[in-house]
Design a protein around this ligand. Structure first.
Ligand SMILES: Cc1cc2nc3c(=O)[nH]c(=O)nc-3n(C[C@H](O)[C@H](O)[C@H](O)COP(=O)(O)OP(=O)(O)OC[C@H]3O[C@@H](n4cnc5c(N)ncnc54)[C@H](O)[C@@H]3O)c2cc1C
Length: 378
């Protein structure tokens, strides 16, 4: 693994840093509130206009043809500059890699440029009241409409992040009524203004109102809403989870910058002789560096043609637990003042969700045990 960057990569970093330092907005409200979401969109559209929204995508779709290394550099600079989490992330980081892998050229041309420009806003419709960890228990169904050349969707999705503000949803539906579990599922892309779709927003633990339940009642979508083939949804969905747990959703830059803020907090609070507090800060910093190195190793392997597969569960376990420890250390340093520190206390509440979303950590441990380590199922 070569950890030195080329002159071109350093120039890319310098260009990204200069642009971000001049343009990153300050003081946006949470992107999971209606007001904050609108503020974030303004920012993400500016990113797009300057060519920084989707750096690793082809130029035709609004990107810069950047390599994976350059994408990591951009992410590092993005968080270093204090830029906010992307409200378009479930589209650009989860659905887009899946469309690059499984979409037809027509789907790629139709969906990707509007996604990059933050015109179409995508949410993830996987979880249902009876299908969370057990995604293969999906009950929402799609019935063939031969006459109109498409499908009628019926069912309920829940925990749809920013669903209350998005325009489109991707999700799994059962197309073969006789099928069970992983078979007979199909991956659909659904405009949320389709007649028969009702989106009902609801609040989260931290008070933000972006979560939604999505109800579908005979909602018609044409054949070109199917991604990756009828009854093949499970393998398409597994590609999305690879992105969600692995490289793309939570890049190391985010944790490096949080660890740096923690070090600064420790200095400003004067941890002095408190060996325990110092130890926790140092551990968070080392963990963020370790995650960075682990990711660089993964990118090296991907660049050589290897697939990440089930090992993406290792990333997810590592970043989600690191995030909780890092925020706990910050709150302990702040003591009672933590109540007044919005960034750290809200960050802590969100960190607590990390071991749940993108597949719970118990499920990731099962996957690592069985599919990475080859341990017996029972
Ligand atoms: C902040 C946040 C954002 C989310 N965003 C979205 C979104 O945008 N779209 C979407 O579709 N979903 C989203 N989710 C939902 C998330 O994917 C589910 O919460 C998660 O998959 C767990 O499902 P569940 O809540 O039904 O819990 P359950 O599956 O009922 O699990 C309950 C508990 O049982 C444990 N458990 C279950 N099965 C096993 C097993 N086989 N072995 C060991 N332990 C087990 C789980 O680990 C968990 O602790 C989000 C969740 C959160 C917290």
């Amino acid at each position: 693994m070569d950890l030195t960057y080329s002159a071109g990569e350093e120039a890319f970093r310098a260009e990204a840093r200069a642009w971000l330092e001049a343009n990153v907005p300050r003081g946006l409200e949470s992107g999971d509130t209606a007001v904050g979401f609108a503020q974030h969109l303004e920012w993400e559209r500016l990113l797009f206009e300057a060519g920084w929204a989707v750096v690793s995508w082809p130029r035709d779709y609004g990107g810069r043809d950047a390599s994976l290394w350059e994408w990591l550099i951009f992410e590092e600079e993005y968080y270093r500059a204090g830029a906010p989490m992307r409200v378009t992330q479930n589209g650009i980081f989860l659905l887009a890699p899946t469309i690059f892998e499984f979409g037809t050229p027509e789907q790629q041309a139709r969906v990707l440029p509007r996604m990059a420009a933050a015109q179409d806003l995508w949410c993830q419709g996987w979880s249902e009241p009876g299908a969370g960890s057990d995604l293969a228990a999906t009950k929402a169904r799609a019935v063939r409409d031969e006459q109109r050349g498409g499908w009628r969707l019926t069912g309920q999705k829940t925990w749809t992040t920013r669903g209350a503000f998005c325009t489109h949803m991707f999700g799994l539906f059962r197309t073969d009524p006789e099928s069970e579990r992983h078979r007979g599922l199909t991956y659909f892309m659904v405009p949320l203004d389709t007649p028969g779709v009702t989106v009902r927003g609801f609040g989260r633990l931290d008070g933000d109102e972006g979560f939604a339940e999505v109800f579908l009642e005979d909602a018609f979508v044409p054949d070109d809403a199917v991604l990756g083939g009828v009854d093949r949804g499970w393998s398409v969905a597994m590609a999305t989870t690879g992105s969600e747990r692995g490289l793309t959703l939570r890049s190391p830059g985010r944790f490096l910058s949080a660890a740096q803020r923690l070090v600064e907090l420790a200095r400003s609070q004067g941890v002095g002789d408190d060996a325990l507090a110092r130890d926790r800060v140092v551990r968070a910093w080392i963990d963020a560096e370790a995650y960075q190195l682990f990711t660089l190793q993964q990118v090296t392997e991907i660049a050589a043609g290897a697939a990440t597969g089930a090992r993406s569960s290792l990333n997810k376990l590592f970043w989600s637990e690191l995030d909780v420890r890092l925020h706990e250390a910050a709150l302990d340093l702040l003591g009672p003042e933590a109540e007044l520190d919005d960034a750290w206390s809200r960050g802590f509440l969100f960190a607590l969700a990390g071991p749940i979303y993108a597949g719970t950590n118990e499920i990731q441990r099962n996957i690592v045990a069985e599919r990475v380590l080859g341990l017996p199922r029972k």
